[in-house]
Ligand binder design. Sequence first.
Ligand SMILES: C[S@@+](CC[C@H](N)C(=O)[O-])C[C@H]1O[C@@H](n2cnc3c(N)ncnc32)[C@H](O)[C@@H]1O
Length: 284
Amino acid sequence: MAFGRKVTFMADESDDEEQARLRVIESLDTGVAHVARVYNFWLGGKDNFAADRAAGEQAMQAFPAIALSARSNRAFLARAVHFLANEVGIRQFLDVGTGIPSANNTHEVAQAAAPDSKVLYVDKDPIVLAHARALLASNPEGATAYVEADLRDPDRIIEAAAAELDLGQPVALMLIAILHHIGDDEDPQRIIARLTDALPPGSYLTISHAASDINAEAMAKMAASLNQTMAEKVTFRDRPAVSRFFDGLDLVEPGLVQASKWRPASEEEANRPAALWAGVARKN
Ligand SMILES: C[S@@+](CC[C@H](N)C(=O)[O-])C[C@H]1O[C@@H](n2cnc3c(N)ncnc32)[C@H](O)[C@@H]1O
């Protein structure tokens, strides 16, 4: 697999594109669980293999609410994008750690609020690349693009963002359920600073992050399980540690909270299980 491929599938499916998609799927490492596919399994999707399901089920034994928690995370993503597009007026999104397309993908929520929204998707897993067509079905007034890159190489992401977006205008950087795959030794703080430094004032950072201090015992067991079974390792963090990722930025109300409690649409939504911290902050 070439690193850093840029994909520009057209909306119409051609044989060449379908062949390319099949080649990507054939090249997948299906013997070991990968987080994009395990997460797809928890969300009830079909784009996963036996190793992913086994890892997902073992994790569910440790933390039975993980599937509901994953749904709460998707709902937070949609509410945050809606807030940014609708209430703040953001028109450019950089979504790193996109995942396999699901309901309410970033461009769908953003373009429902503002059809001219542009979204650059970034993920390192080739299975996401194989589904890039769904991510690239942009509203004609807006634009979407997909780049295969690793969050641990922020310079590469900035380079792609400079090519696809206008970095003179505010950008919403979305790091949704990805930073817990960056270990402390990989310096997530530096990665975030490098990315946010490249964005102009008026830009936003949105984070959701698996919590070590919500359902603490079950989450510790789940982390141990996933670190045995999954290719991408996990480091769940507590609220103070996730809070430091927003250093130098201004958190919008209600601050860093349990994902289901970030501007919920109803009390019922606020009370759903969610073992993640979530927040949205502005760069001034
Ligand atoms: C749990 S899924 C979250 C998907 C989506 N953001 C959401 O919250 O619904 C994590 C995604 O991050 C991707 N990912 C993990 N580590 C990454 C890295 N270092 N660079 C880029 N993508 C990464 C995985 O491939 C996967 O698609």
